[in-house]
Ligand binder design. Structure first.
Ligand code: GRF
Length: 212
């Protein structure tokens, strides 16, 4: 059941996390500054010890820990995630450093309404959590990398791309320095893409996302 919305209430989003939570913090910062008209209705973590949970709690945001291995199957964990998001009234879902691959029960429940931020210019260096994409970018010797926000589909890191930001790869970069440069862009791009998706101005035409 979705929570009824009053006209004064900004749209609710759910944020899925597994770790540090700097992208969650960036979303909350964009909301606080008025740059993003939304409210975080629920934070779902796949781990009880994720620092992101403390960030949510410090902002008075309801949290749920849904550890997929506590469920008989990934599908049942997915059903629990969908139920929690619906109950909280989430219209849109952002994966902000969420680790497990989402079950199809979740992606099907929120078609073109789940966004993920990935630390590479997709389709390059798809798959794998940070810092794998950054490590692979350095190993490949690319001169430009960056981040991508895309809609989540059943194929990992392959959904329609909403926005990308590029950063240079410098000769003396380490995985840490490149990751830090990319992260600055992630923190800008994810709230921006959430705002675009909530605005209703996006349409998905095949693999392409068009902004109207
Ligand atoms: C980010 O680099 C994001 O692109 C990747 O995981 C990392 C999460 O960082 N999917 P944080 O938990 O948001 O700080």
């Amino acid at each position: 059941m979705t929570t009824p919305q009053t006209s004064a209430e900004p749209p609710g989003i759910g944020v899925l996390v597994s770790g540090r939570g700097s992208n969650l913090q960036a979303i909350l910062r964009a909301i606080a500054s008025g740059e993003l008209a939304a409210r975080v209705a629920l934070v779902v973590s796949s781990r009880a010890d994720a620092p992101a949970l403390q960030i949510a709690a410090a902002h008075g945001i309801p949290t749920r820990v849904i550890f997929p291995k506590d469920y008989p199957s990934r599908a049942e964990a997915g059903v629990a995630i969908v139920a929690a998001l619906r109950e909280a009234g989430a219209r849109l879902v952002a994966l902000a450093g969420y680790k497990p691959i989402l079950d199809a029960s979740v992606t099907r429940a929120f078609p073109n309404a789940i966004l993920n931020v990935h630390p590479s210019l997709l389709p390059a260096f798809a798959g794998g959590m940070a810092p794998r994409p950054q490590t692979e970018a350095l190993a490949a010797g690319v001169k430009v990398s960056g981040c991508t926000v895309h809609f989540v589909t059943e194929q990992v890191d392959a959904g329609p791309i909403i926005a990308q930001a590029a950063v240079p790869v410098l000769d003396d970069d380490t995985v840490e320095s490149l990751s830090a440069r990319i992260l600055v862009e992630e923190h800008r791009l994810l709230p921006y893409a959430i705002g675009l998706a909530l605005s209703g101005r996006l349409s998905v035409e095949g693999q392409r996302v068009v902004v109207r």
